[in-house]
Design a protein around this ligand. Structure first.
Ligand code: NDP
Length: 336
């Protein structure tokens, strides 16, 4: 069979010249395995980072021999797993850039070739589609009336994000993409309401005309340079999904400021908090925490000065970060 391998270890954004085609024996179907012929191989942005050793700590494939990772739609040609038959179709994340693969149970899902076009499982029903669905329905929980914005909108994740958002009730779906051809595709093929070409100088002004009241959901696929333009345009209680950082996968180092890669890796939710929203629940808080304070299980420390005239000095201490605990001025005695 044929297999694509790296010519050498990579320290740069991969180019076609970094790969070789080799011929080797197809793998044997081991016990409790299936052997598949790979039919639709998915190429994904993460693979560029993965083969440089820059993805989730995984070891890059060995030059000349290692399998380049890739998901695929494949057909079973031999089976040593009960319930899986020759001719069955599977989706696997463990295919690799090669013609045949031997897969353990658990490394594939059987798919129904009649339920949807097989090739769809490489993209819109595959990992990128699942990414879009997860962000829109499970994290952002898009519903009626949401104004949804997504970048890299011409790609599978972005294009699926907008379409699922529409199916879930979004009132307006706007894409951001690089260039007029991509934008035309986003509108004409995916059916977005609008698409803004961010390679134009005045793209944020155009975005403002498309979303004059801001956006309630933003789905970020490109990185902090776009995100920083969108956060001021989020409506109150807007939700932003940080999904991809395509612009920095091959940069020399992380960009200054927010370490967005860490937020993605940790699946962290960063939420804005304004205490005003909780004022109506103040009594509830005191009812719960008052006994903790009284019993000593919730401690408090004061940086206290007595006499109203001490307020400016204590405040200066606070401004300079020299306070130790809660700055309180004792203005009068508790006893009358
Ligand atoms: P796409 O087909 O959308 O390809 C990536 C796109 O990113 C490009 O076409 C380009 O679109 C844009 N881009 C912007 N800047 C750069 C740059 N410097 N280099 C390369 N591309 C750039 O990919 P997918 O639909 O497969 O994935 C979209 C994003 O989602 C990716 O960032 C991917 O890594 C991420 N992802 C994250 C997952 C997760 O679990 N968090 C899972 C799956 C994907 P344009 O010209 O329009 O800007």
């Amino acid at each position: 069979m044929k297999q694509i391998v790296l010519k050498h270890a990579l320290d740069h954004k991969p180019t076609a010249a970094d790969f070789d085609v080799i011929e080797l024996e197809a793998p044997a179907c081991g016990e409790a395995q299936i052997l598949v012929r790979i039919v639709h191989l998915s190429l994904d942005p993460y693979v560029g980072s993965r083969i440089r050793g820059r993805h989730m700590g995984e070891v890059p494939p060995e030059p000349g021999a290692g399998v380049i990772p890739g998901a695929a739609v494949a057909q079973v040609v031999e089976s040593k797993i009960q319930g899986v038959s020759v001719g069955d179709w599977v989706h696997t994340m463990d295919a690799g850039w090669r013609e045949y693969a031997a897969l353990d149970a658990g490394a594939f899902r059987i798919i129904d070739p009649n339920a949807a076009p097989l090739a769809a499982h490489a993209g819109v029903l595959g990992m990128p589609g699942l990414t879009a669905w997860s962000g829109i329905t499970q994290l952002a929980k898009v519903g009626d009336g949401d104004v949804v914005l997504v970048d890299a909108a011409a790609g599978t994740v972005g294009g699926t994000v907008g379409q699922i958002a529409r199916l879930k009730g979004a009132s307006k779906v706007i894409g951001i993409a690089g260039g007029p051809d991509k934008c035309a595709m986003v509108v004409n093929e995916y059916g977005f309401d609008a698409c803004v070409d961010y390679k134009q100088d005045n793209w944020t002004a155009i975005l403002d005309t498309e979303a004059p009241d801001g956006v309630s959901v933003h789905f970020e696929n490109v990185g902090v340079s776009i995100l920083n333009q969108i956060t001021p345009r989020l409506k109150l209680y807007g939700r932003a999904i940080l999904c991809g950082l395509a612009e920095q996968y091959h940069s020399d180092g992380p960009p200054p400021g927010l370490n967005a890669g860490m937020i993605v890796g940790k699946r962290a939710a960063i939420m804005g908090l304004i205490v005003y929203d909780f004022y109506p629940r103040w009594d509830e808080y005191v009812a719960e925490a008052g006994p903790w304070v009284t019993s000593g299980s919730l401690k408090f420390v004061e940086d206290r000065m007595d006499g109203l005239e001490t307020a400016p000095a204590l405040f200066e201490k606070l401004m300079n970060g020299q306070n130790m605990g809660k700055c309180v001025v004792g203005v009068a005695s508790e006893q009358i």
